[in-house]
Design a protein around this ligand. Sequence first.
Ligand code: RNT
Ligand code: ZN
Length: 422
Amino acid sequence: MGNDRLIEDGYRLAKEIYAQYGVDTEAAMAALRKIAISLHCWQGDDVGGFENPDAGLDGGLAVTGNYPGKARTADELRADADEALRLIPGRHRFNLHAIYAETGGRRVERNALDASHFAGWVDWAKARGMGLDFNPTFFSHPNAASGFTLSSSDEGIRRFWVEHGIACRRIGAVMGMALANPVVTNVWIPDGYKDVPVDRKRPREILMQSLDEIFAEPMEAAHNRDAVESKLFGIGAESYTTGSHEFYLGYAVANQKLLCLDAGHFHPTEVISDKISAVLLFVPELLLHVSRPVRWDSDHVVILDDELKAIAQQLVRGAYLDRVHIGLDFFDASINRIAAWVIGTRCMIKALLMALLEPVETLREMEAVGDYTRRLGLLEELKTLPFGAVWDYYCLKSETPPGWAWMEAVKTYEEKVLSRRA
Ligand code: RNT
Ligand code: ZN
């Protein structure tokens, strides 16, 4: 309780300091409270899923590390997610992949999945007042072994994956209806060539056809929204990716789909923070896969770095929060997986709070009159305002551990639960 007093006192001072810059900390926290981040289920079990515990991860993805205690069942994954959510301020969402279906021990082919296989997830989300998001899984499956799925020239393979895509959209819509909260169903495929292809055109024509078939059935935006995610390369598909950025940007614009921008899916000096305001002129909404590429698409846990802050600034400054779905996408098996969720999500929320604590109008006016001296000076001063005091207070008011206290909860859970998993 002594600590609560300290946080409240700190906040009172911080509030006054921000007020001197024309920033209303209460309004910032109220706005923050409305932002839901979609936590990706796959950080909890290294993108394993429950379909086949022995199937390795493929599709050009790699999770490294062997930290003990990963979730092996849906119940374990939900319990772990609950623990993470307790340590993250605000109400958020949970992002599932098709391989997290609960089929009661029966093998259900991916093109035969339906909403009944996700009823456990829906009940869980409903009880928490939480939205869900969804992804068809076009990898870790024998029919993806050739490296091609929706852009496969093998009609049988292609059909199978089209059917999977159709099944997943329907699942998304049922979940969205059940939760009265639209589900974003995101299509990402691993398709590509390790070595230089001769024909770069045909797979893209096939992919376009496959997507058209998957999206043919009209759906209410209140239930399901379709997103498409591009990529630059994958491990083993370094020379050509069918679903490139240009491909999906064009597809999303032409078909008014959501575009998914993954922070790790561009050339190393390209940043998605600069793309948001460009693509939102042409697509209705965006899905972000906030990730942290280290030299490549390594999917490191998100930290409070410059690009994360820049992403949040763009969302706030551009007033895009109602058109952008913020999802996370990283997987680190070298540290406690619950801590990975907590660290990454808390950082995303911190970045949003920082952005909400900017005197945007003042900065904008300086820019408008060409006073770049003041603009630079103020931007730098803002960096050392007492942000931490507002953050701690926000955590306190959200009934989540402020400051460093969350780690103790993670360590206790590790001792009591994770360490007992063989
Ligand atoms: C892969 C994409 C994709 C996946 C998840 C598991 O590079 O980023 O979003 O990470 O679907
Ligand atoms: Zn992604």
